[in-house]
Design a protein around this ligand. Structure first.
Ligand code: AMP
Length: 279
């Protein structure tokens, strides 16, 4: 497996793959890999001749008081995991390489970012769009892989591709979980022992909420009350919306999503399910 750090080496690799008529699958990540990331590589491998994973902790998507400096990083460990999964190339640029200067044009995620994490993390999804747009142009993938764990991100990137006719398809990966149901996340390493025990209740709360929705009961309140009882972290939000449109008019697919701020880690999780005949 090759590790590429510069845009010029990346361009040469992309050109070579294109010349050989090989399809490219892109798995964008911020590293500190876990089975969630690897499941996206597995999907990408099954659908493309070449798989490239980007590992870049994107400063543009972190707010001033967020965990950019503390975000876990370990390229050596990541390289072993990515290679073992059959990744062909890791693209791991520096921030200077990706952003040699401030961009003149700014991308805005619009109304899809007015809810859930977007409402709590102003500018976050604009920063995601910035890096993803660059990655799509640099890598020119046939397919790019994103996890439903970050369901709002996925919805926004699907809109970007559709709205602006990016010539690639976005593929959705299921959320990979620990045995007790906690969604795998690079940030889980920052949970204390006690918080790790409590974190299992995020998924449990979502399952309770889903049942409530299907029984036409008030779900958000039930989920909130359950979390207030079971976790010491601060509830950032609990929301029930349509998916992937992220509005209040639930017709077919619904998303129940939550975020909990623990001492050092903010965890998110969601469940997406079919709701028939609701409005
Ligand atoms: P991150 O490194 O956290 O930015 O995540 C990179 C990609 O992996 C994103 O598309 C995430 O949605 C996806 N991802 C993160 N955690 C999981 C998980 N537990 N299961 C599936 N995909 C995940």
């Amino acid at each position: 497996m090759e590790i590429i750090t510069t845009l010029s080496d990346l361009a040469a690799w992309v050109q070579q793959a294109k010349r050989q008529g090989e399809s490219i699958g892109l798995v964008p990540t911020m590293g500190y890999l876990h089975e969630g990331h690897i499941s996206l590589v597995d999907m990408a491998k099954s659908e493309n001749a070449k798989v490239i994973m980007s590992i870049f902790v994107n400063p543009a998507q972190f707010g001033p008081n967020e965990d950019f400096d503390r975000y876990p990083r370990d390229l050596e460990r990541d390289s072993k995991l990515a290679a073992a999964a059959g990744t062909d190339v890791i693209f791991a640029p520096t921030a200077e390489e990706m952003y040699p200067r401030e961009t003149h044009i700014q991308l805005s995620a619009g109304p899809l970012a007015d809810v859930l994490c977007g409402a709590k993390r102003p500018g976050h999804f604009d920063g995601v769009l910035k890096v993803v747009t660059k990655l799509f142009h640099l890598v020119q993938p046939d397919r790019a892989y994103f996890g439903q764990k970050d369901a709002q991100q996925l919805a926004i990137i699907e809109s970007l591709v559709e709205d602006f006719n990016f010539p690639l398809s976005i593929r959705r990966g299921e959320t990979v979980r620990e045995d007790d149901g906690l969604a795998k996340s690079s940030r889980n390493v920052y949970l204390s022992e006690q918080e790790r025990k409590e974190a299992v209740h995020l998924r449990k709360a979502l399952l309770i909420g889903k049942e409530a929705v299907l029984k036409n009961e008030e779900a958000v309140q039930q989920v909130t009350e359950y979390l207030e009882r079971e976790v010491s972290g601060k509830i950032d939000y609990v929301e029930l919306l349509s998916y992937p449109t992220l509005d209040q008019h639930i017709q077919d697919q619904a998303i129940l999503a939550l975020a909990v701020q623990f001492e050092k880690a903010r965890l998110i999780d969601n469940i997406i399910f079919t709701v028939e005949g609701k409005n």
